[in-house]
Unconditional design. Structure first.
Length: 399
């Protein structure tokens, strides 16, 4: 029996029609008889050879009627009254849920969504804590804060921010630098930001600029502004976004070695509301109230009222470290010298509990670490740490 061979023109017309039909069906349902519809058809030449091969072996061409019937059959089989049989070929493949990658930030152990955020460069901004400078700005957004005795009875803060924190719109008031603040900034590979400084501090960052990179308002006025509604010198502010325009604020040359982190201290959690008092000279005694429902410390005044920042937000900390060291008075103004290398006593207040240990720092470029009495690491919980440096013998109450 002779086989009827269609002309190339007819075959081309049929192929185009079938492709159009296939696209229409695919719009109705992406699966026909359990097989995925392929939208990327082979080139015309290859398709023609394929169709000719089918004709030569006696295969039948799929017609429009057959394709529509297949769709109808699939709909009937998949309807609620006639469930389609489940097979390994036609059942949907359940895709595993892939967790969002996360990294722990080098400074504070908080989980972040990218590796770049985990290792983002830091700036350490000197913030005024004189009574005339209150309320301050931006401290509630700092990743870490260090508190030092600065001069006379006054304490001063060093607030650490990541270059990721471009949304912090006001930080300050910015004040002058001390050598030990530059040392802390160096230990974190951070650029220290300040407005002037003591003679020793300016000499340090001037002679050893590579080790102690700094941004001084005196030479970088456009990166700062003054709020004329507040008295000078307690009215100078900056932002991370402005500081990012300075060439020094770039990826750090040194990698910040992460501390050991502990998410919880199950045996240490305390449900009692307590007050932590670090007895600097009045009126700069640091008082904190622990709230067990939030597992957070709130900075409070002598009457127990929560201290608010300029925007109304409270000052809080997840953990509070008290580092005891040798501190001496340098001059009649009351400027201090303090030892930040070697070792000494330390206390960690966290989750309503206090842990006794030691701080250690072998050389100026090292990050200060905390250890227990047996030499094992004393981990901190992820979150904002308020690191308080006090003279030896300073009274600390927690009750």
């Amino acid at each position: 029996m002779n086989k009827r061979v269609k002309s190339p023109r007819t075959l081309h017309h049929n192929l185009a029609r079938r492709k159009a039909q296939r696209r229409r069906i695919e719009e109705i349902d992406p699966v026909v008889s359990g097989e995925p519809i392929v939208t990327d058809a082979p080139p015309p030449e290859e398709s023609s050879r394929h169709r000719w091969g089918i004709g030569m072996i006696g295969g039948t061409v799929i017609t429009v009627t057959a394709m529509v019937a297949a769709v109808v059959w699939y709909r009937v089989q998949a309807s609620p009254t006639s469930p389609a049989p489940v097979s390994s070929e036609s059942s949907e493949q359940i895709q595993p849920v892939i967790p969002t990658p996360s990294w722990q930030r080098d400074l504070d152990g908080v989980s972040v969504s990218s590796e770049a955020s985990a290792h983002a460069p830091l700036v350490a901004i000197v913030v005024d804590n004189m009574i005339d400078a209150r309320p301050q700005s931006g401290i509630d957004r700092a990743l870490w804060v260090f508190e030092f005795p600065a001069e006379a009875t006054i304490t001063r803060w060093l607030a650490i921010f990541s270059l990721d924190q471009v949304g912090v719109t006001e930080i300050g008031p910015v004040r002058s630098l001390r050598p030990y603040m530059a040392e802390v900034a160096r230990s974190l590979s951070a650029v220290v930001v300040h407005s002037g400084g003591s003679p020793d501090a300016l000499k340090l960052v001037g002679r050893f600029a590579k080790d102690y990179p700094s941004i001084n308002e005196f030479a970088n006025a456009p990166l700062f502004w003054r709020d004329r509604s507040r008295p000078a010198p307690h009215n100078l502010y900056t932002t991370v976004l402005r500081l990012m325009t300075h060439p020094l604020v770039a990826p750090a040359q040194r990698t910040l070695k992460p501390l050991p982190w502990a998410n919880t201290r199950e045996s240490a959690v305390d449900d009692a509301q307590k007050t932590l008092t670090i007895h600097y000279s009045e009126p700069y005694t640091a008082r904190w109230q622990y709230r067990p429902d939030e597992e957070v410390f709130y900075r409070v005044d002598e009457k127990g009222a929560v201290i608010k920042l300029r925007d109304g937000n409270p000052i809080t900390a997840k953990s509070i470290v008290v580092q005891s060291t040798d501190i001496s008075v340098l001059d009649a103004i009351g400027r201090r010298s303090m030892r930040l290398t070697g070792s000494g006593d330390a206390m960690v207040f966290e989750q309503g509990h206090v842990e006794l240990g030691q701080w250690q720092r072998q050389k100026p470029s090292d990050r200060t670490t905390l250890v227990l009495s047996d030499g094992q690491p004393l981990p901190l919980g992820p979150g904002r740490v308020w690191w308080t440096i006090v003279p030896k013998g300073t009274e600390v109450d927690f009750e």
